[in-house]
Design a binder for this molecule. Structure first.
Ligand code: FCB
Length: 457
């Protein structure tokens, strides 16, 4: 398989970007009227985040907006994906807009446009206003309704300048990691709750799509799912069936409803009483609402899963195995670029989205800063090269891949891992807030320059 991408292989209007999320970079957690989110509460609870790290300061992006925008521009991207912190805009998750919060995002959007960069706005990247969690959070339907109202406000206020909206980032993580196994905010451990949350995240998605369509009719809107192609550990029937179950849990549970198919029955059956159906949460009209047509599918892809049958293990009776011969990132995620090609072709075949954007892809490795201040992150550079190259056969095979966003613009607050895990193509010294473009960032910059100039590999 090709490991160096060819700039000439990508369509001229391809979106090339970098991505971030509000809580991971902004800091200024209590400034200008911002209310608390579940991630403030969670990160301030001892033992939840590595080394007690919080997003209080993060990359201090809130105070460094202009220089960070210059940095983004210097990379040569034509698109930037960021998220709006709901509690910055609506401090309690409901009610009037906080003008200072709105002003920040308005300046961000204007700053991008004056630099010739297309804003891609994510409405929800996990920072739920704490007061909404206090009223039940995503396991209650009211949260989805509040989210729809918030989406309407954002689309109304920024939709004159923002033409690309992502409703929810990775509902699987928000639901399962947050409410199922408790390693993310709000830290609950209850399977039924996590499926109640997942259902309301998808209902919220549907409501947000409708709100964006109503208030920003020219804009494109979609959802971002974290998808991992699954492969059976062996070719046995049992391992293949286990892989199918894992695929239902990770991928189809979200893809099927977003594409109007309702929930996959095999997983509904496995969930039993924990399913949203058994909990009585799927109301008439929900299948249509979750499946309201979208303009694109956002895909966050980092790895693949290799699965074996494991009777009695969890509700899926399956387990992930770790192929020993493979290469792994600092998160112990297998480097599996071929699976990106497979995933793109499979999505096009099974769901036929009008367009697919890779809204996140990247890798963490323990970086070292050299004596001259540089960061020679060869493994990360190779990771990006291999994954961008993996899109070429997908395009050739008919997958409508229309853009790629590297995760992440800069090192940031990596959720439960705090600041230890670095994903940036720009290094951040969290003591001084100095930003240094890594080797991977320089490579991306050069690749994008060649894309623009029409210079081949
Ligand atoms: C994804 C998240 C993103 C980042 C990467 C590494 O699950 O969407 O915020 O943390 O993982």
């Amino acid at each position: 398989m090709t490991t160096t991408p060819d700039p000439l292989h990508f369509p001229p209007r391809f979106a090339w970007g970098v991505a971030t999320a509000s809580y991971q970079i902004e800091g200024a957690a209590t400034e200008d009227g911002r209310g608390p989110s579940i991630w403030d509460t969670f990160s301030h609870t001892p033992g939840k985040v590595k080394d007690g790290d919080t997003g209080d300061v993060a990359c201090d992006h809130y105070h460094r907006l202009d220089t960070d925008l210059d940095l983004i521009q210097a990379l040569g991207v034509n698109a930037y994906r960021f998220s709006v912190a709901w509690p910055r805009l609506q401090p309690t998750g409901r009610g009037p807009v906080n003008p200072k919060g709105l002003d920040f995002y308005s300046r961000l959007v204007d700053g991008l446009l004056t630099r010739g960069i297309t804003p891609w706005l994510t409405l929800y990247h996990w920072d739920l206003p704490q007061p909404l969690q206090d009223q039940g959070g995503w396991p209650v339907r009211d949260t989805a309704l509040a989210f729809g109202d918030y989406a309407a406000i954002v689309a109304d206020e920024l939709g004159d300048r923002v033409q690309h909206f992502i409703t929810i980032n990775e509902p699987w993580c928000a639901a399962f990691l947050g409410y199922g196994i408790g390693i993310h905010a709000p830290g609950h451990r209850d399977l039924a709750q996590s499926y109640a949350a997942a259902h309301h995240l998808l209902v919220g998605h549907g409501l947000a799509v409708q709100a964006v369509r109503a208030n920003a009719p020219a804009a494109q809107v979609g959802i971002t799912l974290n998808l991992y192609e699954g492969y059976p550990a062996t070719d046995t029937l049992a391992d293949r069936a286990a892989t199918r179950r894992q695929d239902g849990f990770q991928n189809r549970w979200y893809l099927d409803p977003v594409y109007g198919l309702g929930y996959p029955q095999d997983i509904v059956d496995l969930l039993g009483e924990a399913s949203p159906q058994a909990q009585g949460l799927v109301l008439p009209g929900d299948v249509e609402l979750m499946g309201v047509p979208t303009d694109f599918l956002g895909v966050n892809m980092y790895s693949r899963s290799v699965i074996e049958d494991a009777p009695g293990e969890g509700f899926l009776h399956s387990r992930a195995v770790r192929p020993p011969e493979s290469e792994y990132t600092g998160f112990d995620w297998e480097v599996a670029p071929q699976s990106l090609t497979d995933l793109m072709l499979r999505l096009q075949r099974d769901y036929d989205p009008p367009a697919i954007y890779i809204t996140e892809n990247g890798a963490t490795y323990p970086d070292t800063v050299e004596a001259d201040g540089s960061v020679q992150d060869a493994a990360r550079t190779r990771y990006f090269q291999q994954h961008i190259a993996a899109l070429q056969p997908a395009l050739d095979g008919g997958a409508k891949v229309a853009g790629y966003f590297a995760w992440s613009l800069m090192d940031n607050f990596e959720w439960a891992e705090g600041y230890e895990k670095r994903f940036g193509i720009v290094h951040v010294d969290f003591g001084t807030q100095a930003r240094t473009v890594k080797q991977s960032g320089r490579w991306y910059q050069d690749f994008l320059a060649r894309t623009k100039a029409g210079v081949g590999a």
